[in-house]
Design a protein around this ligand. Structure first.
Ligand code: B12
Length: 212
């Protein structure tokens, strides 16, 4: 039985090579990518966030834990994004202006791809104008907005308003997510769906596409 705590600890201590090797060993031992995400990667980042808040960790530790997660995720990518699913349509997603957190968004992307979505990753620090331009020019069924910071959450409401003002709101469904967001906030700004994690993101995207 593989001990998922070993991967968790390697991320908390920022050991990149160990995080990568242990993730590979777990996969080889038959642990699924979802089990590794839920049992190691996400709890590790929660713990890192807690330590940061408590003043036990500083920015460099946060950064290296993020990097260790990224290398571990590279190993999970083939399993998560492998698609046997029918084509769902086009989905554009990005992290809002002023925010460079992208680990969660990247997990959402892998899972969407694994479920038949053709995803355009707009990256991080994406301006409201850029989101509107992408919706206007493309034929996306869904626009996903990610925001993790209290200071960047208002960009979600701003983007919703800009879509309305640009006459684009009817053209696309909007999904929002990020650690400090909840269903109540999503309702408040008139988003079509909120996803608490990548698994919910996939289920709700499917429902928005009318394929639940
Ligand atoms: C790693 C990390 C970083 C890394 C990010 C690396 C990267 N490439 O992403 C770095 C070091 C860059 C960083 C920087 C900062 N960070 Co930081 N960071 C974190 C940490 C520890 C983990 C974030 C993470 O990846 N979580 C794991 C993923 C899987 O979760 P997630 O992002 O929530 O995503 C899931 C869901 O939310 C959902 N989801 C996400 N997006 C979307 C989108 C859609 C459409 C849907 C449907 C679903 C969905 O699905 C995802 C997968 O399941 C968190 C703590 C925490 N517990 O979250 C702090 C945290 C977010 N950071 C914080 C802070 C303060 C900062 C800094 C301001 C620090 C500083 N003093 O400079 C800077 C800001 C930089 C900037 N301008 O963006 C605070 C935010 C507090 C707040 N409420 O505003 C947190 C909460 C830490 C804390 N407890 O204080 N950070």
């Amino acid at each position: 039985m593989f001990d998922l705590n070993t991967i968790k600890e390697s991320i908390i201590s920022g050991n990149l090579s160990q995080a990568e090797e242990l993730t590979q060993s777990a996969l080889e031992a038959g642990v699924t990518a979802k089990e590794i995400l839920d049992g190691s990667l996400v709890p590790a980042l929660d713990e890192v966030g807690r330590k940061f808040q408590a003043g036990e960790y500083f920015f460099p530790e946060l950064l290296v834990a993020g990097e260790a997660t990224r290398v571990a995720m590279e190993r999970l990518k083939p399993e998560l994004s492998r698609s046997g699913a029918p084509t769902m349509g086009k989905y554009a997603i990005g992290t809002v202006k002023g925010d460079i957190h992208d680990i969660g968004k990247n997990i959402v992307i892998m899972m969407l791809e694994g479920n038949g979505w053709e995803v355009t990753d707009l990256g991080t620090d994406v301006s409201t104008e850029k989101f509107c331009e992408v919706v206007k020019e493309g034929d996306y069924k869904i626009l996903g907005l990610s925001a993790l910071l209290t200071t960047t959450i208002p960009r979600l409401a701003e983007t919703m308003d800009a879509l309305k003002e640009g006459g684009l709101r009817e053209k696309v469904k909007v999904m929002v997510g990020g650690v400090s967001i909840n269903q109540e906030y999503a309702d408040q700004i008139g988003a079509d769906a909120y996803g608490k994690d990548a698994f919910e993101a996939v289920i709700k995207a499917r429902a928005l596409a009318g394929k639940s």
